[in-house]
Design a protein around this ligand. Structure first.
Ligand code: ZN
Ligand code: FE
Length: 257
């Protein structure tokens, strides 16, 4: 199983997973980078997985279906531009010989889903769209802080070795914010240096490793004393209230420059 992030637009990745001649793509917001990759590698597209309805995740689906006939899976609770098999939490999607477990992760959008699989002999894979980013989480466009907290908690419970395939290269700006939340987090400082070196070489910082995210991502750390204290400094009355802490740091991030 080979995992390849196809860079697109300003900072999107369309994740391609392939095994032998067959490939799947997640959240193709544009068909052309995927068609170019298929032409270059000679791979056949076997499946398209969609995490949520936003155009930068779905814009290429119709053209890819027209060009390849690949079947589409997407969130049952959202409408996406192309007929898709709608799936939700607890469903499984069988593609490339893998069984992807669907996890409901509302928050960024109301019906957002993630796909999780355990390829034989490899670290687990999570395609989480715009829910979890390295060092950050998605904006709350349609969901509540309580929903996002439950979604992030569900992802945090996956194995620490899980490769987190986020849909955007937001890592460096997220880490700058994370450092404002937790200035004394040494793991965070070291990880930021590693990511700066990767970006300086033009390489992706992703996939992220879930175990590390648990040590550096403030949105996965809302029950940590340092993050609670930061939220308290931002006016949260009860720092034991994880939903309030998440809401406060998400609001802070929205205005952070
Ligand atoms: Zn989105
Ligand atoms: Fe997006």
């Amino acid at each position: 199983m080979t995992l390849t992030p196809l860079p697109a637009f300003q900072d999107n990745y369309f994740w391609v997973l392939h095994d032998g001649p067959r490939a799947l793509v997640v959240d193709p917001g544009d068909a052309q980078p995927v068609l170019d990759f298929l032409a270059r590698t000679g791979l056949r597209l076997d499946a398209i997985l969609v995490t949520h309805h936003h155009a930068d995740h779905t814009g290429g689906v119709a053209a890819l279906v027209a060009a390849t006939g690949a079947p589409v899976w997407g969130p049952a609770a959202e409408s996406i531009p192309q007929p898709a098999t709608g799936v939700g939490g607890g469903d499984t999607v069988g593609v490339l010989g893998l069984s992807f477990r669907v996890i409901d992760v509302p928050g960024h959008t109301a019906g957002h889903i993630a796909y999780y699989a355990e390829p034989a002999g490899q670290a687990p894979l999570l395609f989480c769209g715009d829910t979890l980013f390295s060092g950050g989480c998605g904006r709350l466009f349609e969901g509540t802080p309580a929903q996002m907290l439950a979604s992030l908690d569900a992802l945090a419970a996956l194995p620490a070795t899980t490769r987190v395939c986020c849909a955007h290269e937001y890592t460096l700006s997220n880490l700058r914010f994370a450092r404002a939340v937790e200035p004394a987090n040494a793991d965070l400082a070291a990880y930021e240096r590693d990511c700066q070196a990767l970006r300086a070489r033009g390489e992706p910082t992703l996939p992220a490793q879930l175990g590390r995210e648990l040590r550096i991502n403030p949105f996965l750390r809302v029950r940590e004393p340092a993050v609670r204290r930061a939220a308290q400094d931002r006016g949260v009355a009860d720092p034991q209230d994880a939903v309030a802490v998440l809401a406060a740091i998400r609001g802070w991030k929205n205005e952070f420059r």
